[in-house]
Write a protein that binds this ligand. Structure first.
Ligand SMILES: O=C(O)C1=C[C@@H](OP(=O)(O)O)[C@@H](O)[C@H](O)C1
Ligand SMILES: C=C(OP(=O)(O)O)C(=O)O
Length: 466
């Protein structure tokens, strides 16, 4: 058996077994939010003046964003083990000749936010990633940009998937229309890009000529809604004005939401980033599976991240949730199955599915058809791995029903499909059952390279690397 890891990041070993051993009790502060770090990086990179981001996440998803912005000439200095990021956009350049080549790995936020922002800024850019990224749709965003952008924008894989080639001279002043049923990241990207387009328009407008707002209309359903409030909140912190209006879906042209963006453009600021709420779900789940008590520091029910709502689902399952001014604690076992719509907290579906294995009745998860387009098919592939553990799973178009195994978990070796959330969530089954081995644990590096080290600190028991 190889030696246990000596560094805090997950080693390149084939598998890990988290060890059972009673109730998990303790407190933990997860690393900075991926979603907030990548939003703040975009706004800071498009701002006047310098910004300092504190409490940031260092992981693959933020590294590809930083590398891409640096390729575009933005000066970025990372310190304190990645937690502090200084951004100076004054050096940013648009590429008028040879395209800037941007490699995005499998970061959905990075490719969607950069595509919109660079289209608004103008210039030539080619964005590509890993094989799975070239299967993840971006067609609705590209179609929205094709309507408003001067120049050309195109996807290069079947089904409207990356690579994306942008040849832009900025945006016209047409209102924008975008679909939101596959991902909310398209709307977030367009929102964050709008002040960039406004600034460009203002610099070309006749003196004294007013520059209007940018209007973005969402056509039909919008998934993952809390991320839109998060986007607006970060934009406002950097000086943009954002107005969000819900619209009766049947009233006008299938528009369900209208966003107006105005203001003088982004200003550099000091910005503090919350701990990651999706990452926190694994630690709350550790308490819920083992009947322990885990306090997550730095998050409250008022956090900008909708995923703190995962605690409400655990409460419905029988856990207790208490919070103070700077923490949220989950205690007690999640003993009841639930029927829950997780459209707004879809990154926590895999966590809930593993908690549900230990409940006394079935759990039905609804509203997450869009989970099939993430790092992997997070309905089909999740169902496949849960079945290996002895659960009976009904797969639905929009989610799944988990029937817990009657006679305890079956020992199994589980695939993780290069999906960080598959590795983090499935490993938790080992807290209450022998013989659960999770393959390719280093894929947690996408958002949480230190996950297994932090879990070990919380449980106080070493994992078995095998
Ligand atoms: O805007 C964001 O930061 C995110 C939005 C969600 O994606 P979808 O809108 O595609 O559901 C989420 O799954 C992702 O991890 C982060
Ligand atoms: C879906 C995710 O990421 P992204 O879409 O940003 O790649 C995630 O982190 O679970």
């Amino acid at each position: 058996m190889p030696d246990p890891p000596t560094s805090t990041t997950t080693p390149e070993l084939t598998g890990v077994s988290v060890q059972p051993g009673g109730a998990v009790r303790g407190e933990i502060r997860p690393p900075g939010s991926k979603s907030l770090t990548n939003r703040a990086l975009i706004c800071a990179a498009m701002a006047c003046g310098q910004s300092t981001l504190s409490g940031a996440l260092r992981s693959e998803d933020t590294a590809v964003m930083i590398d891409s912005l640096r390729t575009c000439g933005v000066s970025i200095n990372v310190s304190e083990a990645g937690r502090t990021i200084q951004v100076d956009a004054s050096t940013r350049s648009t590429s008028a000749d040879a395209a800037h080549e941007l490699y995005i790995a499998n970061s959905g936020t990075s490719i969607r936010f950069l595509t919109a922002a660079l289209s608004a800024a103008g210039g030539n850019y080619d964005l590509s990633g890993v094989e799975r990224m070239h299967q993840r749709p971006i067609a609705d965003l590209v179609a929205a940009l094709a309507e408003v952008q001067l120049g050309s924008i195109a996807t290069q894989s079947p089904g409207g998937c990356p690579p994306v080639a942008i040849r832009s001279r900025g945006w016209s002043d047409k209102p924008i229309r975008v679909g939101g049923s596959v991902s909310s990241q398209y709307l977030s990207g367009l929102m964050m890009a709008a002040p960039v387009a406004l600034q460009a328009r203002r610099s070309h407008a006749d003196p004294g000529h007013p520059v209007g707002d940018i209007q973005i209309n969402v056509i039909g359903e919008l998934v993952s809604r809390p991320y839109i409030e998060m986007t607006a909140s970060v934009m406002r912190s950097f000086g943009a004005s954002v107005d969000i209006q819900e619209i009766d879906l049947n009233a006008v042209d299938s528009v369900s939401l209208r966003v107006n963006v105005s203001g003088a453009g982004y200003q550099g600021i000091e910005y503090a980033i919350e701990p990651d709420a999706s990452a926190a779900s694994y630690f709350w789940a550790a308490a819920a599976i083992t009947g322990g008590a885990v306090t997550v520091l730095g998050l409250t029910p008022d956090a900008m991240q909708g995923d703190v709502g995962f605690c409400r689902v655990l409460e419905q399952m029988g856990c207790r949730c208490v919070h103070d001014a700077d923490s949220m604690t989950i205690s007690g076992r999640a003993s009841r199955g639930v029927d829950v719509d997780m459209n707004q907290i879809s990154d926590t579906v895999q966590t809930l599915a593993v908690v549900a294995l230990f409940a006394d009745g079935p759990t039905r998860v609804r509203g997450v058809a869009h989970n099939r387009f993430k790092e992997t098919d997070r309905i089909g592939d999740l169902a496949c791995e849960l079945r290996k553990l002895g659960a009976t799973i009904d797969e639905h178009d929009d989610g799944l029903t988990i029937h817990p195994p009657g006679d305890g978990i079956t020992p199994a070796t589980l695939e993780t499909y290069h999906d960080h959330r598959m590795a983090m969530s499935l490993s938790l089954a080992g807290l209450a059952a022998e013989g659960v081995r999770v393959l390719n644990p280093s894929c947690t590096g996408k958002t949480y390279p230190e996950f297994f080290a932090d879990l070990e600190t919380l449980t106080g028991r070493p994992h078995r690397w095998c």
